[in-house]
Design a protein around this ligand. Structure first.
Ligand code: NAD
Length: 338
C-alpha cells in the first residue's frame, strides 16, 4: 500500500530541501504517492489570485497528511502568511517542535531534550489587526479562548504522560496580560490536576528565555501560546545546532502538516548549501504519524550516525557538504538499514 501525501515544496530553499527529503523517504522502501502543488505564496497569488489556493486545502483534506517546505511571507506589507492561514483553516491547533541534541554536533549544551507545544491558531496570530489612520494607531488582538487553550494543553499533557516527558512547563505573561495569558495559565493549572503523575510548573516568558539559555536540561515539555511558542522554538533550535536541524509538526483532529521550524532562508536559496535535516526530521515525524515505525527508526538512526561521524555535514553545522550530497549519503545509509 502506498501513502498518498500532499507535497508542498514552497520557495526559497524549500524546493532543495524537499528534493533531498523525498530522496531520503524513498530510500526507506515505503511507497508514496506524492500529490505535488508547487505554487504557494507569491507564486500562487500570481497564478491563481490567492496566496493559499483552495485546491491546496482540498488536497490536504483529501490526503489528510502533507509534507510542507517553507514559504516566504512579505515582511511588514503584502499578503497574509499562508502558513498561519493553512494552520487556521485546517484547524491544526498543535505545533509540536522537538529540540534534541544531536550526538557529534558541538553546541553550548549536551543532552538538551525538550519539546515545544505551541498553540497554533489563536493569540496574536488571530489575524485581527486594525489601523486607525486618523490617529496613526495600530492594534492587534491576541485572542485566547478556553477551548483553544484546553486542547493544546491537554495535547501536551497526554504526550508527557504517554512518553514520560517531564516536567510540563506552561509559559505565559499572566502577570501583565491577566485576561489572555491569565486564562491560559489557569486552564493549565486546572488540567494539571487531571495528570497527577506528570510534574508541572509555570514560567513567565522572560524568565523562561533566560532559564533556557542557562539550564535547558531542566525542561521537558513546554506548552505556550502562539507568539511565545514561535519565539521559543527558534531559541530552542539555537540550543541544539540551529534551524537547520529542528523538525516540526502541525497536528489537528483531522489533518497533519509536517514542516521544519525554519523559514525559506532567501539568503542561501539556490546554492545547494541548505541543511535538509530539519525537513528530513519532520518527515521522520510524518512516518511515525503514518505508523511506519521501522522506516522512521532507520531515518533517525542513519541521521544520528552521520552526525556522530561528522565527516559529511552541511555548512550551517560546521561542514562543507552540499544539500544533495548530504541527502545522498543519508539515503545510502538508510537503504542499508532497512
Ligand atoms: P529563516 O528560518 O528563513 O532563516 C533564518 C536564518 O537561518 C538564515 O540565516 C538562514 O540562512 C538560516 N537557515 C534557515 N534554515 C536553514 C537551513 N535549512 N539550513 C541552513 N541554514 C538555514 O528565517 P527568516 O530569515 O526570518 O525568514 C525568511 C522567510 O521565511 C520570511 O519570509 C518568513 O516569513 C518565512 N518563514 C516561513 C516559515 C514557514 O514557511 N513555515 C517559517 C518561518 C519563516
Amino acid at each position: 500500500m502506498s501513502h498518498r501525501i500532499t507535497l508542498l515544496p514552497g520557495d526559497g530553499i524549500g524546493p532543495e530541501v524537499t528534493e533531498a527529503t523525498v530522496g531520503v523517504l524513498e530510500a526507506t522502501g515505503i511507497a508514496f504517492e506524492w500529490i505535488v502543488h508547487e505554487a504557494l505564496g507569491a507564486s500562487a497569488l500570481e497564478t491563481y489570485g490567492k496566496a493559499l489556493p483552495d485546491h491546496i486545502l482540498d488536497s490536504i483534506r483529501d490526503t489528510k497528511v502533507a509534507l510542507k517546505a517553507p514559504v516566504t511571507t512579505p515582511v511588514g506589507t503584502g499578503f497574509r502568511s499562508v502558513n498561519v492561514e493553512l494552520r487556521q483553516k485546517l484547524d491544526l491547533y498543535a505545533n509540536v517542535r522537538p529540540c534534541k541534541s544531536l550526538p557529534g554536533l558541538k553546541t553550548p549544551f549536551d543532552n538538551v531534550d525538550l519539546i515545544i507545544f505551541r498553540e497554533n491558531t489563536e493569540g496574536l496570530y488571530s489575524g485581527m489587526e486594525t489601523y486607525d489612520e486618523r490617529h496613526d494607531i495600530a492594534d492587534s488582538v491576541a485572542r485566547i479562548s478556553r477551548k483553544g487553550s484546553e486542547r493544546i494543553i491537554r495535547f501536551c499533557f497526554e504526550y508527557a504522560e504517554t512518553h514520560g516527558c517531564d516536567p510540563v512547563t506552561v509559559v505565559h505573561k499572566a502577570n501583565i496580560l491577566k485576561l489572555t495569558s491569565g486564562m491560559f495559565l489557569s486552564v493549565a493549572r486546572e488540567l494539571a490536576e487531571e495528570y497527577p503523575h506528570v510534574s508541572f510548573n509555570d514560567r513567565i516568558i522572560d524568565n523562561m528565555c533566560m532559564q533556557l539559555v542557562i539550564h535547558p536540561q531542566d525542561y521537558g515539555c513546554i506548552v505556550t501560546t502562539n507568539l511565545f511558542g514561535d519565539i521559543l522554538s527558534d531559541l530552542a533550535a539555537g540550543l541544539v545546532g540551529g534551524l537547520g536541524v529542528v523538525a516540526g509538526a502541525n497536528i489537528g483532529d483531522d489533518y497533519a502538516v509536517f514542516e521544519a521550524v525554519h523559514g525559506s532562508a532567501p539568503d542561501i536559496a539556490g546554492r545547494d548549501v541548505a541543511n535538509p535535516s530539519a525537513l528530513i526530521r519532520s518527515a521522520e515525524l510524518m512516518l511515525r504519524h503514518l505508523g511506519e515505525r521501522t522506516a522512521a527508526d532507520a531515518v533517525s538512526r542513519s541521521l544520528t550516525e552521520l552526525y556522530s561521524e561528522g565527516e559529511y555535514l552541511t555548512a550551517d553545522v560546521g561542514g562543507s557538504t552540499g544539500t544533495r550530497e548530504f541527502a545522498r549519503r543519508l539515503a545510502d545509509r538508510i537503504s542499508a538499514h532497512v
